[in-house]
Design a protein around this ligand. Structure first.
Ligand code: WTA
Length: 645
């Protein structure tokens, strides 16, 4: 194969970087050959413990047992706040940039610490105790970070639900984790438009008497409905609360948070992360992957409703005493120069975003980028989906002026922290490749039978051993955890992604090999969308697949079979689109709905998605073997219908 374009580490970058290639090689080798020594040294360096652990690791993937630093005691908010006060109390922990340009706030470590303590006391006062689950449904405002840290301070387990999810999706998550406290805001704002968060909470908890407390941040100041038995205002209750609150001593293996994510079947899964291992790896990857130097301003554009926001807006940066920029808005409001304006205004050094954002801004031309200097930028990161080499090159050349290193970071909600990524001063770049594994991560490519594939090859991406920030279970369903991740290839963690490894050992993630879609970097199960569609009386059956989409990476293609006697029409099309929005949220809105008189099924009744994917992508000459179909004429109908749409 022709050599891909490469971008070697410039010597001056290596000289100032935290890690060189030699150091990476040495540390990586140690992390696999002598993991307990490696991780115990890192745990001493990155975390302040109240009590040292008894045992570094105690893992058995065949049983789904993952334990790190057992017996160790720590508190996450202490590590993110208290221990920095003496040296960095006056440093900005958060720079907030609101939806409207010019609406900014600066919050120092000292201020953040005080606010977290106050909220922690308010929660305690309402009876929230160690181990209780708290649902957070908030816009991207500093109070969202306060809410997370306040939970960790008292040992409550937060479960953040992305503000773009519908009341229905919120209710499912509140119920699944039995959250009795919800923290929200009156409204969110995105590109000037309000998002009715408190109103959505009302709908979500209607009739759910177990919820005893809703804390609401006054953000836009709109009128909200109020139930004095249950509702309290954030601002008023904090003003009355004490600004001191001792951090709860947590065991390294105590739960830290639950975060719901989509799988290939059934309802979203509550991915459970614990305290010590998670914090260690979030902290360590933040420092090394972004080559974070003390005093730098760092900006991750994700939402705290996703894992990227958890690990790389909050826990990674704050545990390193970094300044983390929190952005409420969107990349294209008021115009597509918004990111670059924010970067100049706040002198951002490290910028971390998603390929979908890069692709959409790339489509707007270079002028809006060039209008701003971006000279503070040093490191650029991407996450969430494969980045196509054209977008990579644009990011590198136009945004980074060929001066900034790019780190393409592969990881998942389940992995808790970055798993495969370049390190700025250590690893030569190839556009489109996530490059090499982080310390302690042992990737393996296997075929469908589980045979390990060596050398340069394509395969199913597994991780051969446990790592500290690995999810511990699916909340309330350990069996599903085993079946989803650990039994497909016994004794290994299966990622659900396919990957290629090249001659240099670089990994190229090729995308999901299961029925999970990645739409604009958001994970969605095809089954969830199908369940929403079949709620409609007119729908007999639905099958959803992904197809390549220029901006979103993948688009949502729905095949819908109507019940006998119902004719397809425009009105129905809109009703179905609205239904999916209502059930899941706007992010799951179908891109294409194709009416399908029948779906291609095997004789045993299994839908053959492979064929549906081919029809959606219009790859009609490579449909493959259709002889096992119960009724092969269905496919011809699908093709004709597609052409007539
Ligand atoms: C995909 C987001 C290619 C992948 C942190 C994974 C990526 C899923 C990359 C997890 C990347 C994430 N290159 N694909 N750099 N990063 N993915 O749980 O398919 O929202 O399995 O976590 O996103 O999505 P999740």
């Amino acid at each position: 194969m022709a050599a891909e374009k490469q971008y070697p580490v410039p010597p001056e970058t290596a000289e100032h970087a935290l890690l060189t290639r030699e150091e990476y090689d040495r540390m990586y080798r140690q992390s696999l050959d002598d993991p307990d020594t490696f991780w115990s040294e890192q745990a001493e360096q990155f975390i302040t413990w109240f009590r040292k652990w008894d045992r570094v690791s105690n893992n058995d993937l065949t049983k789904g047992q993952i334990r790190w630093f057992e017996g160790g005691k720590l508190n996450v908010s202490y590590n993110c706040l208290d221990r920095h006060l003496e040296t960095h109390g006056d440093r900005n922990a958060i720079i907030w940039e609101g939806d409207e340009p010019g609406n900014t706030r600066h919050i120092t470590y000292r201020e953040l610490h005080e606010e977290v303590c106050r909220l922690a006391n308010v929660l305690k006062d309402r009876g929230v105790a160690k181990g209780d689950r708290v649902s957070i449904y908030m816009p991207m405002i500093p109070e969202a970070v306060v809410a997370m840290l306040a939970c960790t301070r008292i040992g409550a387990v937060h479960s953040i639900v992305f503000g773009g999810f519908s009341p229905h999706a919120l209710r499912d998550r509140i119920e699944d984790a039995d959250c009795r406290t919800v923290i929200t805001a009156d409204q969110g704002l995105r590109s000037g438009k309000p998002v009715p968060l408190k109103e959505n909470v009302e709908k979500a908890i209607d009739g759910l008497d177990s919820v005893h407390t809703v804390v609401t941040v006054r953000h836009t100041g709109n009128e909200v409905t109020w139930n004095p038995d249950r509702d309290i205002w954030y601002q008023e209750s904090l003003a009355e609360a004490s600004p001191t609150c001792e951090p709860e001593e947590m065991d390294a293996e105590d739960p830290l948070f639950i975060l719901y994510t989509s799988g290939s079947t059934g309802k979203p899964k509550g991915v459970l992360h614990t305290t010590g291992g998670y914090l260690l790896q979030a902290s360590m990857t933040f420092k090394y992957v972004f080559d974070y130097h003390d005093g730098e301003v760092y900006w991750c554009t994700a939402d705290v409703g996703w894992v990227t926001g958890h690990s790389y807006i909050v826990y990674g940066p704050l545990s390193n005493a970094a300044t983390s920029l929190v952005f409420e808005g969107v990349p294209t409001y008021p115009d597509a120069g918004r990111f670059w304006q924010v970067i100049d205004d706040h002198k951002v050094n490290i910028f971390y975003t998603a390929p979908t954002a890069i692709r959409s801004l790339m489509g707007q031309g270079e002028e809006l980028v060039k209008k701003y200097s971006r000279k503070s930028l040093r490191i650029l990161g991407t996450v969430g989906e494969p980045i196509n080499p054209e977008a990579w090159e644009w990011y590198y050349r136009v945004v980074g002026d060929e001066r900034c290193r790019i780190v393409d970071t592969w990881w998942q909600t389940e992995t808790g922290a970055i798993m495969i990524s370049a390190l700025p001063g250590a690893i030569d770049l190839k556009p489109g490749s996530a490059t090499l594994p982080f310390f302690g991560v042992e990737p393996e490519l296997v075929d469908n039978e589980g045979n390990i594939l060596d050398g340069a090859t394509d395969g199913n991406l597994c991780i051969a051993r446990a790592w500290p920030s690995m999810m511990r279970t699916i909340y309330g369903d350990h069996e599903r955890f085993m079946n989803t991740y650990l039994t497909t290839y016994a004794g290994k963690y299966f990622t659900g992604d396919g990957a290629r490894r090249d001659e240099d050992g670089y990994y190229w993630i090729t995308g999901r090999v299961d029925d999970v879609l990645n739409v604009s970097g958001h994970r969605m199960g095809t089954a969830e969308i199908e369940s929403a569609l079949v709620l409609h009386d007119a729908v007999a059956e639905a099958a959803v697949v992904g197809y390549p989409h220029d901006l979103k990476g993948q688009g949502i293609y729905c095949y819908v079979t109507l019940v006998k006697g119902v004719e397809p029409n425009e009105g129905l099309h809109k009703e179905l689109t609205d239904l999916v929005r209502k059930e899941i949220g706007p992010i799951a809105k179908p891109d294409v709905i194709q009416w399908a008189p029948g779906l291609p099924k095997t004789r045993s009744g299994k839908i053959m998605r492979r064929i549906l994917r081919k029809v959606a992508t219009n790859e009609l000459d490579s449909l493959g073997d259709t002889s096992t179909l119960a009724d092969p004429t269905v496919v011809d109908e699908l093709i004709t219908n597609r052409a007539n749409q």
